[in-house]
Design a protein. Structure first.
Length: 393
């Protein structure tokens, strides 16, 4: 069940979005060779090595100096036989290395070439650098995130990076199978585009009404009850009643049908205007249950609800995450320790997919990969001595 087995991917990415794209392809069976600079991927040490450990499984690594003529020649040799190239430099950088889409297409006419950048291959911002939170800020996402009376805040993980990486993998697969293809494919993917896509219904709302959405903390602007509540044991859970039907079901489930007759809560607008009063009424009922009992009661009745879990609760105690096998063993090279990370969410009816190997050491496969491309040991040794190549010790 590895649909990309036999597909060769050359990976010129760092950070998170690009590595998630190529890790996704590796999990689906592709042979991914990660090309690292002599100093290695700059993200190897970040968050004590956890970022690199979570985004680079199933790959092999070669360490190659693209600033040297010999290094660029080797990269072109590898690209000539690749099915896919993924890169995450700013526009124009790969062209300066003679590794741009047009350069490589001369020797590989069916190449699928994916460029992942902050803002795309053209436009006023094309040369701006960007990380995930910059895209969150500029797309409007940050403006709607945070407490009602507080400052905008970023989403607490690199959600735009991950979404961009997964989108890139989807587009690469589309490029590999597109019907009637008689040449290469250049994919122009940016964090800003993806983050803006996240804002779809708020853009539609603004352009329909001229109203700007307001931050609603952990809730959703205009909807109540919707957000974090407390059960009788003091433990938090999330409740989301996004429709009249769900609100009625909630009231009946906790035996508070009287709220359905209360004029203060008659419509969605009324419930939003009186949300704190409604919260007090609901939490008086929620106080009769501990969190586990309450969540099971609500979810069992078809009301969207779930415990607000910390990372340790998710990893150690969540029975559904355990049943779904959502975590995978890997290795944190920076701390030199075994660890676990999240499995890619790829599952067929007969099982999930996961890259078998841990993230590679910098240049771990330099000699092996170049040997596969016809470089003899003496030539490889000479290139290593000249610092064109590096390999792990």
């Amino acid at each position: 069940m590895q649909p990309l087995r036999g597909i060769d991917v050359l990976d010129f990415t760092q950070s998170i979005a690009g590595p998630i794209c190529t890790q996704s392809l590796a999990v689906l069976g592709a042979n991914v060779v990660k090309v690292e600079p002599p100093e290695g991927d700059a993200f190897r040490p970040l968050i004590d090595g956890s970022m690199f450990a979570s985004c680079n499984r199933g790959k092999r690594s070669i360490s190659l100096d693209l600033k040297s003529d010999s290094g660029r020649a080797i990269a072109r040799d590898l690209a000539a036989d690749a099915d896919v190239v993924v890169e995450s430099f700013r526009p124009g950088v790969m062209e300066r290395f003679d590794l741009g889409y047009g350069d490589l297409l001369e020797e590989n006419e069916d190449l699928v070439y994916c460029s992942i950048t902050g803002f795309g291959q053209d436009g006023p911002y094309e040369q701006y650098p960007a990380y995930d939170p910059v895209a969150q800020a500029m797309s409007g996402l940050m403006s709607v995130t945070g407490d009602t009376d507080g400052d905008p805040v970023r989403v607490g993980t690199s959600a735009i990076d991950y979404t961009t990486g997964l989108t890139g993998a989807m587009l690469v697969m589309g490029g590999l199978i597109r019907p009637g293809s008689d040449g290469g494919t250049h994919i122009d993917l940016s964090l800003f585009d993806v983050a803006t896509t996240w804002m779809g219904y708020w853009v539609a709302h603004y352009t329909s009404t001229d109203d700007l959405p307001k931050r609603a903390g952990a809730g959703l602007y205009g909807m109540s009850p919707y957000g974090i509540f407390e059960a009788g044991d003091g433990r938090p859970f999330y409740l989301a009643t996004a429709s009249e039907k769900l609100y009625r079901r909630l009231c009946r489930t906790i035996e508070r049908e009287d709220l359905l007759e209360d004029d203060r809560f008659e419509t969605a607008a009324d419930r939003w205007d009186n949300r704190e009063v409604l919260r007090a009424e609901l939490e008086s009922a929620f106080g009769q249950y501990d969190r586990r009992e309450l969540v099971e009661l609500l979810a069992g009745s078809g009301v969207p609800a779930g415990p607000l879990q910390s990372i340790d609760e998710l990893v150690e105690d969540d029975p559904h995450a355990d049943h779904r096998d959502l975590f995978v063993d890997t290795y944190n090279q920076w701390l030199e320790t075994e660890c676990r990370t999240t499995r890619m969410p790829f599952r067929f009816a007969d099982g999930s997919l996961e890259a078998a190997s841990p993230p590679p050491r910098k240049g771990e496969h330099t000699r092996a990969v170049l040997g596969e491309y016809g470089y003899d040991d003496e030539t490889i040794t000479d290139l290593l001595d000249a610092d064109v190549l590096r390999e792990s010790s």
